[in-house]
Design a protein around this ligand. Structure first.
Ligand code: DGJ
Length: 729
């Protein structure tokens, strides 16, 4: 999959579907030649390079013999497409790595030393990372800074059967003194053209991942988070689409990071209209010190390539996340239908009320009962309790609740918010420096809570010890891991003043360290991520938690947008989605929408009418029959976008193409119309029965003619969930 031709000095990474070519020039710099659909050879690197170097090289003055000279190979280091731009020299496009040495210099110019080709992907220590199952190769290139003993290892992985690349850097200090890292991005990708649109997903609480699209323009564009988490405000998933690209046509390049903290995706267009993209940990408030013989490893950046439109880019990501990222050992198994107590009773419950919730939850098909916030410490409202992880026995008899649950043949799950503390809690009162704060500065409080200093291993240990006591004493099958505020003051009393630029990243490492220790000790527990809804929906979290609560938005129509947009970058199986009591639509519709996520319930089940119970049970039946093969492990097609049309169309097809579910929803009243909707992913030669008009057609008919909705009347929010099953003709 990876070759290096000594004669032409060209690296070729390919899986016969995509190709990535790099040229090692005579100046020992790595130039990007090509990234796109499979290309069997590049025999003449100059033919591509010349287009970018304008037939001229930049000049330099040689102090030794007082001569103006040109670089070898006509290298024009400010405009050539590169794998790693320099800083402090002529290249002004924005280097991915910026260092400050003890001698005061800030020039970083890395030159090739050697390379090797590794089977598989090299795991990162203490950080989530991409996995391989003998299906990947990694090019590892060692580079040295021209004037300092500082090295960079550049890792570039390609997968055998997925159009996915993974990139990251390791910065190694072999100087005798410390080196400061001012910027440590994970990758650079230079493209020879700027005719793209940028799609990114900004938002806020209860409106996560709102679809935003704008043209790439001259100059700089950035998508960032500086909230200490991947955030509601922007998501680390972004993509570029050629201007004429559609769902199934044209070039689309997706980017994401295996990381849960601050990030910065940045594009810069130069006057040749080359596009220079860098991506990594946000360099705002970042300053990392590496001592002699220490190194800093950047998180991995994942790139998905499609020459066949947006859907293929999404499907690449979906397959990668399911097969090469999520570590939950039961990822491909059937997952129980989840009932969550939060919106039904908030903090207001007793042992008896929870027991009666369990009984009624069972009637609508629930298989896992989750007791949300409110069971611990003095947690009767959100002023107290966080940081005091012991069962509030006056309020709830957790042993009885769990026993009842298990007797009903249901699993039991519980809520934690490990990284936070309330000022009234015993833990905070006894450990005033356990939080992030700078004495003498006003301290921001949000939802009446402070952010624990998870950069401090002692604080992480304390919370670990408390959690372990509960998890050892009670039979718990699932944990919802919440995170309800962002990071403001980042001062840590565990570190000296010269280390404060490391705190944001260290907080993320603390989060990963607690999660991984718990998972190691309790491998059977399924963790679901959450952050005031979907404020930490990212690949770092998914490595540990196979699903993440998508949003606190309870309006199913608004949620449908959130779920649709999320599914452009993340598999349906990762998107926590529940039918709830919001009255905008029927329970049937709410359940159908939730089915295109993890599926579950969140309401007071004692208040459901017979009819509502029936509606939910009907969808639960479909869940049990199809969810694992069609939704969890199937292939997703975005048939119609609610961002651009009045309809939402999502179709998922089982891997063996035998069954499919199609969700079609009308947003605005639009009756009397001919309407055909073409499906995708079916075997054109097979015959399929559909549950809409109960007819059987050949696969090619659904693909070319489509479902005929012409005789239907479409009111607002009319929602259809259509089953398609392969049958013998
Ligand atoms: C925010 C979450 O998004 C909700 O689902 C719920 O768990 C609350 N926190 C509990 O405080």
């Amino acid at each position: 999959m990876i070759t290096f031709n000594e004669k032409t000095r060209i690296f070729h990474l390919t899986n016969k579907s995509i190709s990535y070519y790099i040229y090692l020039n005579q100046e020992q710099r790595l130039e990007k030649l090509y990234f796109g659909p499979y290309l069997s050879e590049i025999s003449n690197a100059d033919a591509i390079r010349k287009a970018n170097v304008d037939n001229n090289s930049t000049q330099f003055y040689d102090d030794k013999d007082h001569q103006e000279k040109t670089f070898l190979d006509q290298f024009k280091s400010n405009y050539a497409l590169l794998e790693l731009s320099s800083h402090g020299v002529i290249d002004k496009r924005g280097a991915p790595i910026i260092l400050r040495y003890k001698d005061g210099s800030r020039i970083t110019e890395f030159l090739y030393v050697e390379h090797r080709i590794n089977q598989g992907i090299l795991p990162l220590k203490d950080m989530p990372h991409a996995l391989d199952h003998d299906d990947a190769e990694t090019l590892e290139i060692l580079l040295k800074e021209r004037n300092h003993n500082v090295y960079v290892k550049y890792f570039l992985t390609i997968y055998k059967d997925k159009d996915i690349l993974v990139k990251n850097f390791e910065i190694i200090n072999h100087e005798k003194e410390e080196v400061q890292i001012e910027r440590a991005f994970s990758m650079q990708l230079d493209l020879p053209c700027m005719d793209y649109r940028l799609v990114h997903f900004s938002g806020r609480w209860a409106k996560e991942r709102d679809y935003k699209v704008n043209d790439i323009v001259d100059g700089v564009q950035e998508v960032t988070s500086n909230y200490g988490r991947s955030s509601h405000e922007e998501n680390p998933f972004v993509y570029l689409m050629e201007k004429n690209a559609t769902m199934n046509h044209g070039e689309v390049i997706g980017f994401n990071m295996i990381y849960s903290g601050n990030f910065k995706w940045r594009s810069f267009t130069d006057y040749f209209h080359n596009l220079h993209i860098t991506y990594g940990i946000n360099d705002e408030d970042f300053l990392w010190v590496i001592n002699p013989n220490e190194s800093f490893v950047t998180p991995q950046c994942v790139i998905s390539y499609s020459s066949k439109g947006v859907d293929k880019m999404s499907q690449n990501f979906h397959a990668f996340i399911k097969e090469n990222l999520i570590t939950y050992p039961y990822e491909k198994d059937y997952k129980p239908i989840l009932f969550n107590s939060w919106e039904g009773c908030y903090f207001d419950f007793t042992t008896d009320s929870i027991v009666s919730y369990i009984d009624d939850a069972k009637k609508i098909g629930s298989e896992l009962f989750v007791l949300d916030d409110g069971w611990f410490g003095r947690r009767d409202n959100d002023y107290d309790g966080l940081g005091d992880w012991y069962v509030n026995e006056k309020k709830v008899d957790l042993h009885r609740v769990i026993e009842h649950c298990h007797k009903q043949n249901m699993k039991f799950g519980i809520w934690f918010e490990p990284e936070m503390v309330n000022p009234l809690s015993d833990y905070y009162q006894n450990n005033p420096h356990c939080i992030l704060k700078e004495d003498n500065n006003p301290l921001t409080i949000a939802r009446h809570q402070f952010h624990l200093d998870f950069s401090n291993p002692k604080v992480v240990d304390d919370i670990y010890e408390q959690m372990v006591k509960i998890l050892d004493a009670y039979e718990i099958d699932y944990i919802k891991w919440d995170y309800n505020r962002v990071v403001y003051e980042t001062y840590s009393y565990a570190f000296g003043k010269e280390r404060q630029g490391e705190i944001y990243h260290r907080l993320v490492l603390g989060y990963y360290s607690l999660l991984s220790r718990l998972i190691e000790r309790y491998p059977h527990i399924m963790f679901e991520g959450c952050a005031s809804g979907g404020g930490r929906f990212d690949l770092g979290t998914l490595y540990y938690c196979p699903q993440i609560w998508c949003s606190d938005e309870s309006d199913p129509i608004q949620r449908m947008f959130i779920q649709y947009n999320t599914s452009l970058g993340y598999p349906l199986s990762t998107m926590g989605a529940h039918a709830n009591a919001n009255p905008i639509t029927s329970y049937q519709t709410k359940a159908q929408i939730a089915l295109f996520g993890t599926y579950g319930y969140e309401m007071n089940p004692n208040r459901l009418s017979e009819k509502e119970m029936e509606e939910l049970s009907e969808v639960a039946k479909i869940y049990k029959e199809y969810h694992q093969s069609v939704i969890e492990n199937g292939t997703l097609y975005h048939i119609s976008s609610p961002n651009e049309t009045n309809f939402l169309g999502l179709q998922s097809v089982s891997k063996d193409q035998s069954t499919s579910l199609f969700l079609f929803m009308n947003l605005l009243k639009d009756g009397d119309r001919y309407r055909f909707v073409r499906l995708q992913g079916l075997d054109p030669e097979a015959y399929y029965w559909n549950s809409y008009d109960q007819q059987t057609f050949k696969g090619e008919y659904y693909l070319k003619v489509g479902m005929n909705f012409s005789r239907d009347w479409f009111d607002e929010f009319r929602c259809l969930l259509i089953e398609l099953k392969r049958v013998e003709n």
